[in-house]
Design a protein around this ligand. Structure first.
Ligand code: ARG
Length: 452
């Protein structure tokens, strides 16, 4: 069994070990490339304050780079008996470089190391998520523009209510996702601050240069107060998962609409056949399973902020092992949501719209308000017009005029899709992903220069 970083010379009970390590080897694999990047920044800083010699830094960086490549290619492993990713990386360095490998942990604790890994992982995953949200927004806006003339019934209480349109339906979800991007931007700003240097949660007596690691890793700033930096564990995850939960809520509503509208009793849309599944007994079936699973996954994901709240609620400031469990609920969230986003994007791109729905007489009463408004424009007081039209409907004499003319912002005739898209683009530009990418690239290519 590999030695613990904190080995004190007595052997550890295997049951206790299994219990405390838990799912860390699995979860920490997701953090591996970020753990290595963080170590690169940390040791570059250590050299700058005289805690490592230049040649030691050079050797360590070269080794870390090869571990980084291993982690990126998916070959990195946490060996049996090794507690976590932090221990594994240090073990690999000491195996290959001897004592110099043991020097990298000066002025650092696994507490700020895991905080850092989580932040680096999260900001990369937020970038991926934003890209997927934007693709879905683009598809929804394109469909909205394409079908802006096609009317559909709008419902309240699931009773036919007012004329709506496919332009409105598709566009509504594009705008909802745009608001979700706003929440994600706020969450990103909370994420993109450097906790490294807070060590175990109370700083260090070494004269650490925290600004240097902040710059090397492309953070907007640092989490200044070291106690707050540690308090940020769980808070960042809660804030980010709330923003992701908002995306999930938008998707699950879209999925519900899509499942309902594809039912024969509605018949408003048809899903592309490759996104439907069959029945083992009923030969006619084309079921919307993909949207049903999207709905349930996205509903499930909305519990994550609550789970994190419950895990962290009764903890005082400082580090507690409780925090380890957050990784299990938080880390897998991104891939699950991104899977749903990609599926929804493909399905919405290929969905077929029924352009003839409004010919069905059952939707005729939907045009009653249009008739009332017409009378009002002719000078009849609204309440009288309302009664008049009500009487005509009750007598079964209502003949709808299906040519509707809505002009105000956000209405059927004036969707303002360009405004929605502009808003989305302006939010995306505020993430400044380019800064982070440039910093990470520099950190890695500086190493390439060193190796040459
Ligand atoms: N696996 C631990 C976690 O995720 C790493 C930090 C361990 N720190 C400690 N003081 N035991 O929280």
């Amino acid at each position: 069994m590999a030695q613990k970083l904190w080995d004190k010379g007595f052997s550890i009970n295997e049951e206790v070990e299994r219990f405390t390590v838990g799912r860390d080897p699995e979860m920490d694999l997701l953090l591996a490339p970020y753990d290595v990047l963080g170590s690169m920044a940390h040791i570059t800083m250590l050299e700058s304050i005289g805690l490592l010699a230049a040649d030691e830094l050079e050797r360590l960086l070269a080794e870390l780079r090869s571990i980084y490549i291993l982690a990126r290619s998916g070959w990195f492993q946490i060996e049996d008996g090794v507690e976590d990713v932090h221990s594994q990386v240090e073990l690999m360095l000491t195996r290959r470089l001897g004592d110099v490998g043991k020097k990298i942990h000066s002025g650092r604790s696994r507490n700020d190391q895991v905080l850092l890994d989580l932040k680096l992982f999260t900001r990369a995953k937020i970038q991926e998520t934003v890209t997927n949200i934007v693709s879905l927004i683009d598809v929804l806006i394109a469909q909205s523009n394409r079908y802006k003339e096609v009317l559909m019934p709008g419902y309240t209480h699931l009773q036919v209510a007012m004329p709506s349109s496919f332009g409105l339906w598709f566009g509504a979800y594009a705008e909802s996702l745009t608001d979700d991007l706003q929440l994600l931007l706020a969450a990103y700003k909370v994420t993109n601050r450097n906790p490294l240097g807070s060590a175990a949660g109370y700083g260090s007596s070494f004269p650490l240069n925290r600004q240097l690691t902040t710059d090397l890793l492309g953070f907007d700033s640092m989490d200044y107060n070291v106690v707050y930096a540690q308090m940020g564990r769980g808070k960042m995850e809660r804030v980010v998962s709330s923003a992701l939960a908002s995306v999930a809520a938008t998707l699950s509503k879209l999925a519900f609409d899509a499942c309902m509208f594809t039912s024969q009793n509605f018949g408003f849309i048809k899903l592309a056949p490759q996104y439907t599944t069959g029945s083992s007994i009923m030969p006619h079936k084309k079921n919307p399973d993909v949207f049903e699973l999207t709905r349930s996954k996205c509903n499930k994901l909305q519990a994550v902020p609550q789970q994190i709240t419950l895990i962290t609620n009764n903890l005082p400031s400082g580090y507690y092992r409780d925090l380890q469990i957050i990784k299990e609920v938080f880390l897998p969230m991104f891939d699950e949501l991104n899977d749903c986003l990609k599926m929804a994007t493909n399905m919405m791109r290929e969905v077929e719209v029924n352009t003839e729905i409004m010919k069905d007489e059952r939707y005729d009463p939907i045009f009653s308000v249009e008739r009332v408004n017409e009378l009002v424009l002719q000078g009849v007081p609204f309440r009288d017009a309302y009664k008049q039209v009500g009487q005509v409907i009750a007598n079964g004499e209502f003949v709808p005029d299906k040519h509707i003319h809505h002009t105000h912002e956000g209405s059927i005739g004036n969707l303002c899709n360009d405004k929605i898209q502009e808003m989305a683009q302006s939010i995306v530009s505020e993430f400044h992903f380019e800064r982070v990418m440039a910093a990470e690239k520099k950190l890695l290519s500086d190493i390439e220069n060193l190796i040459k």
